[in-house]
Design a protein around this ligand. Structure first.
Ligand code: BES
Ligand code: ZN
Length: 457
């Protein structure tokens, strides 16, 4: 219901900016008011603060489940609390590693001579069935004859997920995959949650031998995986909330998020200490700014392990909360001096409330921000729950991405300042007391035209 109201507001704003006659004088004064109100927030945003947060956070890697991540989590909580926020650290489990157990293959009663490798995520099971070769297991190659059989698949061209799903859709009971052209080993392969068949990998050589053998005889195979399991780790989300002014509460919630974990090999100054720093600075600035909207500032753990923290948080929300969250602004990699310009990515490549407000705020602060299509960060789980969400990032990416050289010396204070101001202005436009009850307000959100950008990463 709230979301509908906002859509109506944006439509009204668009009508104003696209030359549809408005009441005399309205447009100009709206713009002026917007700028004046933006200034209440953006004049306070200080990239020096963000830079200092990055300095602290990027002293070591913050891989999920490690002490480095935990120290980051504590720092973030202390910062939120120093601004006066009620702050929660929420633990959750993630898959830290995989114990491969004992995989085996039997062919027509004889143990397979070569080395067998368990696919990451394979279930434990033993299946015996005729072996059938399905090439690369693209959709067109997999026929009904696979039902109840063990699929022999060549690696390459399409994802493991798609190959397994294609044979599963036809009722396969198990998978043996052999390596792609030009390879010698067999240490590869992953199967996903819900793909509940045993899956193992063999060398290309062994696989091609099997293909030949199938041309001359029937092969009954037993594929077995025993004692495999995920090794669990614990990571944490940090959530800081600011309730709206009690007399003005419109029931809406706006979220600003980043991920605080990094990859293991680098200190993640830009990925994503920069986003955390921006979240902290926006929280600081908003702490004493009256709003009619609840603000939630979140930093997620285990993003690099598959968006685990944000999935945990997004799916812990009640349906009512989901209804009330009008937008999620995700800040990931927002400070690299060596990356390109700011862009807003949505998982489906469509505009939404967040991109509308982000583009308009960009136009007021510096430049209109284009939008594009990409998942790969914590906006995805919110999008999947039906919440308007977008990833704010600079693209093309810097060469230091996910490497040991993602360090503070590559951070640009100008980039941090620009993103902080744009997202601050956008969030404040939603949260300030005179919006979105536009019908009764003297300020219209200025909207702008902004374009899809198919920019390379
Ligand atoms: N900051 C990146 C997201 C990203 C990477 C955006 C490249 C745009 C271009 C993020 O931390 C990341 O690395 N995500 C993972 C995805 C995840 C599901 C493990 C990735 O993209 O590999
Ligand atoms: Zn990231």
């Amino acid at each position: 219901m709230y979301r509908k109201t906002l859509t109506a507001i944006l439509a009204a704003g668009l009508a104003l900016s696209s030359g549809i006659p408005a009441e005399a004088g309205n447009h100009a004064s709206n713009e002026q008011s917007d700028h004046a109100l933006d200034n209440k927030v953006i004049k306070k945003i200080d990239s020096e603060n963000m830079y200092q947060h990055i300095e602290v956070l990027s002293q070591q890697p913050r891989e999920a489940g490690t002490d480095g991540e935990w120290q980051g989590v504590q720092y973030i909580k202390e910062q939120f609390e120093s601004f006066g926020y009620k702050t929660e650290i929420q633990p959750f489990e993630f898959n830290k590693g995989f114990k491969r157990g004992t995989p085996s293959i039997i062919l027509n009663g004889n143990d397979f001579a070569g080395d067998v490798h368990t696919f990451t995520g394979s279930i434990n099971a033993e299946v015996e069935a005729p072996l059938v070769y399905v090439g690369l297991a693209s959709e067109g190659e997999v026929g009904d004859e696979v039902a109840g059989k063990i699929a022999l698949i060549e690696r390459g061209e399409i994802s493991f997920y798609d190959k397994i799903q294609n044979v599963l859709d036809k009722g396969a009971a198990g998978v043996i995959m052999f390596n792609r052209e030009g390879t010698t080993g067999n240490q590869f392969g992953g199967i996903y949650e819900g793909q509940d068949i045993p899956a193992v990998a063999v060398t290309r050589e062994a696989g091609l031998e099997l293909v030949d053998r199938l041309a001359t005889e029937e092969v009954i195979a037993t594929v077995s995986v025993e004692g495999a399991s995920y090794i669990k780790g614990t990571s944490h989300n940090v959530i800081a909330k600011k309730k709206p002014h009690p007399n003005k509460d419109n029931g809406q919630i706006v979220m600003v998020g980043a991920h605080h974990d990094s990859v293991s090999v680098g200190p993640g100054a830009n990925d994503d200490a920069s986003g955390v720093a921006a979240v902290l600075e926006l929280a600081r600035v908003m702490a004493n700014t009256p709003t009619d909207t609840e603000l939630r500032f979140a930093t997620y753990g285990a993003e690099e392990k598959g968006l685990v923290g944000s999935y945990d948080y997004a799916y812990s929300l009640s349906d009512e909360e989901v209804q009330n969250i009008v937008g999620h602004f995700q800040l990931d990699m927002v400070g690299s001096r060596d990356a390109g310009e700011l862009i807003m990515f949505t998982p489906n490549g469509e505009k939404n409330l967040v991109t509308d407000y982000g583009a308009a705020a960009g136009a007021r602060v510096s430049e209109t921000v284009p939008y594009g299509q990409l998942g790969r960060s914590d906006h995805v789980p919110f999008y999947e729950r039906g919440i308007p969400a977008a990833l704010f990032i600079h693209a093309p990416l810097e060469p230091w991405y996910h490497g040991p050289e993602d360090t503070i010396d590559k951070i640009s204070k100008e980039k941090l300042q620009d993103v902080g101001e744009i997202v601050g202005a956008a969030v404040y436009q939603i949260a300030r007391p005179d919006t979105p009850a536009l019908e009764h307000a003297n300020v219209a959100p200025g909207t702008v035209e902004y374009d899809f950008d198919d920019r390379p990463l």
